[in-house]
Write a protein that binds this ligand. Structure first.
Ligand code: SAH
Ligand code: SF4
Ligand code: F3S
Length: 439
């Protein structure tokens, strides 16, 4: 039998890329590849890339440059670029970096085995189509390996919202939902392999409307179906858009026992003028009222969000409105970014905010978010939470897991196993995690 070939995948960007990298690894498993942790002994290197901000995209080229020496030593080494930079830049990548053998966009991963074979025959392989078929169905080549307790599961992909700053509608294409029965089958398969928590993924996950037994199913409908899966203990989903936060989904947060009390609901700005210019089609007020309804359904829910500062034409007054909104919501987590100009998006053409002013706003916003984050985390001390243990901690006999609210919790307990779900009394709050004791 011949030695298995080795595959090194490096993943950038969002959780969907993490999920896609797993699928690509499985697909190439069918071609005799096993994954390796270092590029040094790889027969194929795949970079699964992100195009969301300029820095993310440029990183790819500096990383590729580093493989020059390896490729010179090992002419059989194949180098591929997948993900959103592949989709956005296509052939340009091979022009800019001739050592690249393969470029594959996110909708064409099921064609990867055939593309790999072409590179072995000495050709360059490029595919950035948006084909009609369900790539995930065609990627089902998976070995039944045991898995950790948490997993991602893509249910929806692409976006039709066209926020003025964002590349996703161009790199991931139009919104498509996977049929419910396939998702449920995949969830059963994950649970059989040891998974106890599933995070449903989509760029616009709450716009989910996949085919179900009686017409289209909503995300809430899908969550209720998954709630019936024996052995599955926790359900999460990300990322949601405020405009698709339907009543049945809010209601599920109040009544569905496996749905966790945590919601990532990006707002981007607190200024209605800027929201309009961003093409967000909600206002700060409508967003705040929405959160009121969500909290009425599930009072202990921890909110999380995304913000962009320094969006074109943002004034200090607009920024102040963002701080006011953050002050009102009090996020348990929030991610904030300095606006990055993306060629081809509408906002790229507009008057840009002074870079130093944007840096200053970012710092002020992050300081406020960190303060709230800390307050909410500290507020957990004395409470009892349920922790799903994921891995050993740094100290001997210590295990780390996540609470319902997605806080990391460290617990001393040599008897705890990975995958255990246990009641924990929180005793202390540190910089980025909680500590507790088994009840
Ligand atoms: N689909 C998700 C998130 C997409 S990207 C959603 O709609 O919320 C993740 C985050 O990156 C966005 O929420 C936004 O805050 C940020 N982002 C997107 N484009 C950006 C840009 N051009 N510059 C800076 N941040 C950006
Ligand atoms: Fe991008 Fe999200 Fe807006 Fe879609 S809804 S365009 S993914 S920020
Ligand atoms: Fe990046 Fe593409 Fe995800 S641009 S954030 S990898 S959808």
């Amino acid at each position: 039998m011949s030695e298995p070939k080795k595959l090194f995948i490096k993943t950038y960007g969002c959780q969907m890329n993490v999920y896609d990298s797993e699928r690509m690894s499985e697909a190439l498993g069918g071609q005799g590849y096993v994954e390796t942790k270092t590029p040094d002994d790889a027969d194929m290197i795949l970079l699964n890339t992100c195009h969301i901000r300029e820095k993310a995209a440029e990183k790819v080229y500096s990383e590729l440059g580093r493989f020059k020496g390896l490729k010179a030593e090992k002419p059989d080494l194949k180098i591929g670029v997948a993900g959103c930079v592949a989709q956005a830049e296509g052939e340009e990548i091979m022009r800019r970096q001739p050592l690249v053998d393969l470029v594959v966009g996110p909708q064409s991963y099921h064609r990867l085995p055939e593309m790999e074979a072409r590179t072995r025959a000495g050709e360059k392989a490029l595919d950035t189509d948006f084909p009609e078929e369900d790539k995930f169905e065609k990627l089902k080549n998976r070995p039944k390996a045991k898995r950790g307790p948490t997993a991602f599961l893509t249910v929806q992909e692409g976006c039709d919202k066209f926020c003025a700053f964002c590349v996703v509608p161009y790199t991931r294409g139009a919104e498509v939902s996977r049929p419910a029965d396939r998702i449920i089958r995949e969830a059963h398969d994950l649970v059989e392999r040891g998974v106890r928590e599933i995070t449903l993924l989509g760029q616009n996950v709450n716009a989910y409307h996949g085919a179900g037994p009686d017409g289209d199913m909503t995300l809430a409908g899908l969550i209720w179906e998954l709630n019936k899966v024996d052995g599955l203990e926790r359900i999460r989903f990300t990322t949601s858009h405020p405009n698709d936060m339907a009543d049945d989904l809010i209601e599920a947060h109040g009544s569905c026992e496996k749905l966790m009390p945590y919601l990532h609901l990006p707002v981007q700005s607190g200024s209605d003028r800027i929201l309009k210019r961003m093409n967000r089609s909600h206002t700060a007020e409508s967003y705040l009222r929405l959160i009121e309804r969500i909290r009425a359904a599930r009072p202990d829910i921890v909110m999380s969000g995304d913000f962009i500062v320094g969006f074109p034409e943002e004034t200090e007054e607009d920024f102040q409105a963002t701080l006011d909104l953050v002050e009102e919501v009090k996020y348990g987590y929030a991610y904030s970014f300095k606006y990055s100009t993306r060629p081809g998006t509408p906002a790229a053409e507009r008057a840009q905010v002074d870079s130093a002013a944007a840096d200053d706003r970012l710092q002020r916003l992050q300081a406020l978010i960190t303060r709230h984050q800390r307050e909410i985390q500290d507020g957990m001390v004395g409470r009892t939470v349920r922790v799903l243990f994921e891995k050993p901690g740094r100290l001997p006999g210590q295990m780390v897991g996540k609470s319902e609210y997605l806080h990391s919790v460290h617990v001393k307990g040599p008897e705890i196993a990975v995958g255990d779900l246990k009641e924990v009394q929180i005793t202390d709050s540190g910089a980025n995690s909680l500590a507790g004791e088994l009840l």
